[in-house]
Each structure stands twice: as C-alpha cells, then as structure tokens.
Design a protein around this ligand. Sequence first.
Ligand SMILES: CC(C)(COP(=O)(O)OP(=O)(O)OC[C@H]1O[C@@H](n2cnc3c(N)ncnc32)[C@H](O)[C@@H]1OP(=O)(O)O)[C@@H](O)C(=O)NCCC(=O)NCCS
Length: 204
Amino acid sequence: MGYSSPMTAGNRSIDGQLLITDRLRIRSAHVSDAPLIHRLWIDPRVTTFVGFPSGIPTSEAEIEVQIKRDWERPLKQLLIVERLADGEPVGEVKLGEPGQDGISEPDIKLFPDHWAQGYGTELWGTMIAHLFGQDGCKIVQGTPNVANTASIRMMERCGMTRMGEGRFVPSGPLRDSMTDVPHYVYQITRKAWTERGATPVADA
Ligand SMILES: CC(C)(COP(=O)(O)OP(=O)(O)OC[C@H]1O[C@@H](n2cnc3c(N)ncnc32)[C@H](O)[C@@H]1OP(=O)(O)O)[C@@H](O)C(=O)NCCC(=O)NCCS
C-alpha cells in the first residue's frame, strides 16, 4: 500500500477525477450520487462515533443542494471514493478548505463492507498529501471520537500526532439528533509531512 501523487493540483481532470491511490479513485460527487451518500449517512454504524447514533438527519434533496452549492470548490465539495478495479463505491470524503489559521480538516466515511482493508489509511495519506499541495494549508487536523479506534489508528499510521482532546457539544436543533462527542485532536504539520516523505504506510 502506498500513496500516489495527486493527479492534479486542486483542479478536476476532464472526467471529474481528482485523486488516485493504489486501489482507489476519488472523484467529485454528482447530483446522481445523492442516494448513495444518503445511504452512507443514515447508517448508524458509520455515524455513531461522529455524534449521530440514529444516522444524520438529512434527505437526498438536501444532499443534492449541498452537491450543487459546493460544485466549484474542490476542497469543500463532497467526493466519492470508488475501487479502481471495478468502480465499486467505497465511501465519501471531503478534503477541507484551510481556515485563516491554515488548518484543514478532512472527513472520511466508508461503507462498513469496506472497512479494515487499509482503504482508510490509503485515502487519508493521499488526502493529506493533496492538502499540503495547496498554498493555504499548513496543518491537517482530525478530531476522532476517543472511542473510534479505527480512525485513531488511521491517523497515527499517517504520521499524525495527538495534540490534545476536547468535546463537541451540539447546540440548537442539533441537540435532538446529536450526542456530545468526546474527541482527540490529531494534527500533522506540512514540515512533519515533508520530512516523513511519501513512505508507504504498510512498510513503515
Ligand atoms: C474510520 C474509517 C474511515 C477507517 O477506515 P478503514 O478502511 O476501516 O481503516 P483501515 O483499514 O485503514 O484501518 C485503520 C486501522 O484501524 C483498524 N481498524 C479497522 N477497522 C476497525 C474496527 N472496526 N475496530 C477497530 N479497529 C479497526 C485497522 O486494523 C487499522 O489499525 P492497524 O493499523 O493498527 O492495523 C472507517 O472505519 C469509517 O468510515 N468509519 C465510520 C466513519 C468515521 O468514523 N469516520 C472518521 C471520523 S473521525
């Protein structure tokens, strides 16, 4: 398993493909992907650790609106992950636009059938590499639930360091569907990533 260089530096290629890894491709989500994303987002196995034990309260129509709204923003838009070998959808990711502080927070959600095959680590490393190819990104951050062993391991295997911990507390209408999320804060700086190089994770 290893990281591949981004095929493009922040721009979509002609068929919408943004990034490629050893086994997977990442492409922009289209409106026609809304049912797929909805199926992922209402699965409690996928959403419990991010604070939604009954799934994320959303609809296909709302997801379509989000896809259209963010279409021109490659770091903000929803992205679909597909297996290179057969086009099988594996999950959905977002890269994360860097804030004023230069911190990007990517997101990853994979279908449970595809967990524990190294896809998460393969994707996360490629997403970090891509983000550090963007001018504004100085730090990549993740905030896994303290109980989310798979996510924590995935971040650690990509060289991220635990910097602290916190607690997301939902407010407003979210309180009805979202639980508190005790979480760690993991980060990697551009310098640490560069020093680490693109060493294949499985061989590290
Ligand atoms: C977190 C997630 C992306 C990990 O993806 P994945 O493809 O299963 O991850 P990998 O196969 O690369 O495995 C990463 C590590 O987690 C471990 N792992 C995988 N599934 C696990 C599970 N269900 N329980 C415990 N550990 C698990 C792997 O053994 C590996 O650890 P190791 O390096 O010590 O062997 C995936 O579980 C997921 O989509 N979860 C739901 C959404 C979510 O929690 N997103 C992260 C929000 S911060």
